[in-house]
Design a protein around this ligand. Structure first.
Ligand SMILES: CC(C)(COP(=O)(O)OP(=O)(O)OC[C@H]1O[C@@H](n2cnc3c(N)ncnc32)[C@H](O)[C@@H]1OP(=O)(O)O)[C@@H](O)C(=O)NCCC(=O)NCCS
Length: 176
């Protein structure tokens, strides 16, 4: 599996019990709580997969969680839904993303998002989906994702999507 270039001394690893996940703080209690108490349980139950960015001191510098899901045909924008069957449709879900407050502003968020989208793209070669979906925790997070071509789903200002076509174009035309 190909990956984005990590800063020297950092590694990206599947979340394990030995990681210091309870010390992680990204400044957002909901996101912290997910990593502290739920991410590993959900991973053990095969509900979602979390990858953690580990720094030189083995601390968790950031993480993201991916899952699969469905959206109803009627929830998609009409230009995307037009060619699709009128039923529940498969999607990849970028469920959570966070960077440690001590390391924010150093492009690690962009790096983790790039890798999360690459994971989605590569998984999509085997298990197809029509879009990557995510729910923003607040307007600041929404602004962060808007920079990456995510668009709002009609009727839900905090649910964003990136179509599989856009993802493919992104992954095949740009070195992200
Ligand atoms: C959102 C978050 C992951 C960004 O991580 P980060 O490492 O600080 O971001 P980066 O350094 O990669 O920033 C890349 C760009 O995004 C912009 N950016 C960063 N955080 C942003 C925010 N909250 N809102 C808008 N833009 C933001 C930066 O200004 C930068 O833009 P530039 O390239 O024009 O300079 C981080 O702030 C975080 O963990 N927040 C709390 C948890 C959260 O909101 N998660 C997302 C929802 S689950």
């Amino acid at each position: 599996m190909t990956g984005v270039a990590l800063p020297l001394g950092f590694s990206l690893e599947p979340l394990q019990r030995s990681h210091q996940r309870r010390r992680f703080d990204c400044g957002q209690s909901e996101v912290n709580d997910w990593l502290h108490t739920k991410a590993l349980q959900h991973q053990d139950k095969r509900l979602s997969a979390t990858r953690v960015l580990i720094d030189q001191d083995r601390a968790v510098a950031g993480f993201y969680t991916l899952a699969t899901g469905q959206v109803d045909f009627g929830d998609l924008p009409s230009d995307l839904a037009r060619k699709l069957p009128r039923r529940a449709l498969p999607v990849a879900i970028l469920a959570w993303l966070g960077v440690s407050v001590t390391l924010q502003g150093q492009k690690l968020g962009d790096l983790l998002l790039a890798q999360a989208l690459r994971d989605c793209y590569e998984a999509g070669q085997t298990f197809a989906f029509v879009a990557v979906i995510l729910d923003c925790v607040d307007d600041r997070a929404k602004a962060f994702y808007h920079r990456w071509d995510f668009a709002q789903l009609p009727g839900n200002p905090y649910r964003l999507f990136l179509s599989a076509q856009t993802l493919t174009a992104m992954m095949t035309s740009r070195a992200r």
